[in-house]
Ligand binder design. Structure first.
Ligand SMILES: Nc1nc2c(ncn2[C@@H]2O[C@H](COP(=O)(O)OP(=O)(O)OP(=O)(O)O)[C@@H](O)[C@H]2O)c(=O)[nH]1
Ligand SMILES: [Mg+2]
Ligand SMILES: [Zn+2]
Length: 335
């Protein structure tokens, strides 16, 4: 069998756009490699390197996803389905939030943990700066939950703030935009590319909810020079990945990421009198004390607890899926 390596440049529902030896090709998954297997396998996503069996007359067959240097995963809301890999092999995660009703600190906390887990470096991109009159309020909140993480307030209408992100546009580097629908991910991509490549959509004014305009994941080459509306020219290069808006980011595997982004809480938990403290009624609980004296924000603690529960739930679900697959395959072998 003649296997070749290809890069996934776009991931649609069932079909993948690939770059193989400098040429565009299309691919579909080999059923026996991805569905009829005895173990959970990784499904390809944009940014992946995959092994394909080339077909000169139609779609090639994707047989395997090659190891990744980074991947942003979330829990699949459909029971019995494996985790969703949103994008892979990127260097930077642009956590995108708009400076309006879409902005929620707890949402940012979630994205930060999963971004740290992914293996990429998070960067916070606060969009629609042209519509916001009190950005300092938002920046203050960002600084509280993401100390040391770079951020920028940008506008894809005026081009303001993009120069602060110039270090991330570089040959050989890949960045992925992640966030809710309507925050302006595709508008950001269009600004960087200097052309209307991605379709953009409106939002509901009342709650700033988007309409899920982007329905697939796609990567683009960033031009060598980025031209902004105000005449500034930035150096470019590398790849930019646009993704569909995420409704709610429910974590699957984020233990290491949480250790980084919730370092304060993990540190406090280590100071409880009992090493197996559940932070409930136990005496000498450092978490309880911090909640009472206000050094630990109650909402932050709730987000942390929710994410811990989701993580445990995801792990249980993975075990169940593994057992089911084993059972299915052992039944098949009998006949
Ligand atoms: N004023 C202003 N409007 C913006 C900006 N960025 C995006 N918008 C508008 O916000 C709406 C949503 O933008 P999109 O770029 O489609 O948002 P998205 O994040 O790609 O949304 P999904 O594809 O649904 O995930 C569009 O009407 C854009 O014109 C900005 O910087 N300033
Ligand atoms: Mg979009
Ligand atoms: Zn405790």
């Amino acid at each position: 069998m003649n296997c070749k390596t290809a890069s996934v440049i776009a991931a649609h529902r069932e079909r993948y756009e690939l770059l193989c030896e400098g040429k565009i090709a299309y691919g579909r998954l080999k059923t026996s490699a991805f569905y009829n297997t005895a173990e959970l396998v990784e499904f390809p996503t944009v940014g992946d390197e995959v092994e394909i069996i080339e077909n000169c007359t139609g779609d090639s067959t994707i047989v395997k996803v090659l190891p990744r240097k980074s991947v942003f995963k979330r829990l699949n809301a459909t029971p019995g389905q494996p985790d969703l890999a949103v994008a892979a092999n990127f260097d930077y995660v642009f956590i995108t939030m708009s400076l309006n009703k879409d902005f929620h600190v707890s949402k940012l906390e979630r994205y930060l943990a999963v971004a740290w887990q992914s293996g990429g470096t998070p960067v916070i991109v606060l969009t629609k700066a042209d519509l916001c009159e009190d950005r300092d309020r938002y920046v203050e909140e960002v600084l509280k939950v993401a100390p040391g993480v770079n951020f920028a307030c940008v506008s894809s209408v005026t081009g303001e703030g993009f120069e602060g992100l110039e270090p991330y546009f570089a040959p050989g580097k890949t960045l992925v935009l992640l966030g809710s629908s309507g925050v302006g991910k595709s508008s950001f991509v269009n600004m960087v590319l200097g052309r209307e490549e991605m379709l953009t959509g409106g939002i509901r004014e009342a709650d700033a909810q988007g309409r899920h305009t982007t329905t697939y994941k796609q990567s683009f080459q960033i031009p060598e020079e980025i031209y902004l509306p105000d005449g500034k020219v930035l150096k470019g290069g590398g790849l930019i990945i646009d993704t569909p808006g995420i409704r709610k980011l429910i974590v699957s595997e984020a233990q290491q990421g949480m250790q980084v982004s919730f370092e304060d809480i993990e540190e406090l938990a280590g100071m409880c009198r009992f090493s197996d403290c559940k932070h409930g009624k136990e005496p000498g609980c450092a978490i309880k004390e911090a909640l009472e004296n206000g050094t630990l924000d109650k909402k932050r603690w709730r987000t942390y607890q929710d994410m811990q529960r989701e993580e445990q739930f995801a792990a249980q679900r993975r075990k169940i899926m593994e057992k089911k697959l084993e059972k299915k395959m052992s039944k098949r072998k009998k006949y």
